[in-house]
Design a protein around this ligand. Structure first.
Ligand SMILES: [Zn+2]
Length: 131
């Protein structure tokens, strides 16, 4: 089991999509619109087959580097389109925000520097935080 690629964010998404389309197909089966039932069924089948293919794939690097990367970039692009404040998102990636425990001043510190001592610009209070 360990040699298989297994679960990742894209597989969870595919499983979710398959579930949605399965439910849609079941609901549509009650009605009389046969075409839409088959469309929903086809999407459910494609999602679940792709999920199974990825789950048990042995080409780990291809799954991870190409597909997951494309998926995550797509998600990021959709996210930036929905949330117009792109600069703020980039800012959050590079900096971490803390509030001074003494005066609640908002302080911005660079990420990935380990444990650092932060000096409050307003009241001069010092505290240690992980970045
Ligand atoms: Zn302060």
């Amino acid at each position: 089991m360990k040699r298989f690629y297994g679960m990742d964010a894209l597989n969870r998404f595919l499983l979710f999509i398959a579930g949605c389309f399965s439910i849609a197909a079941m609901l549509l089966a009650i009605g009389h619109v046969a075409v839409w039932y088959w469309v929903a069924f086809a999407f459910a089948a494609i999602s679940i087959l792709w999920f199974i293919f990825r789950m048990f794939s042995k080409k780990r690097s291809k799954r991870r580097r190409r597909e997951l990367y494309i998926y995550k970039r797509l998600l990021y692009n959709i996210g930036s389109a929905v949330l117009p404040d792109r600069e703020y998102l980039n800012d959050l990636k590079e900096y971490k925000y803390y509030a001074c425990p003494q005066c609640a001043q908002r302080l911005r510190v660079p990420r990935g520097k380990g444990r650092i001592r932060i000096t409050c610009i307003r009241c001069g209070n010092r505290f240690v935080k992980k970045t």
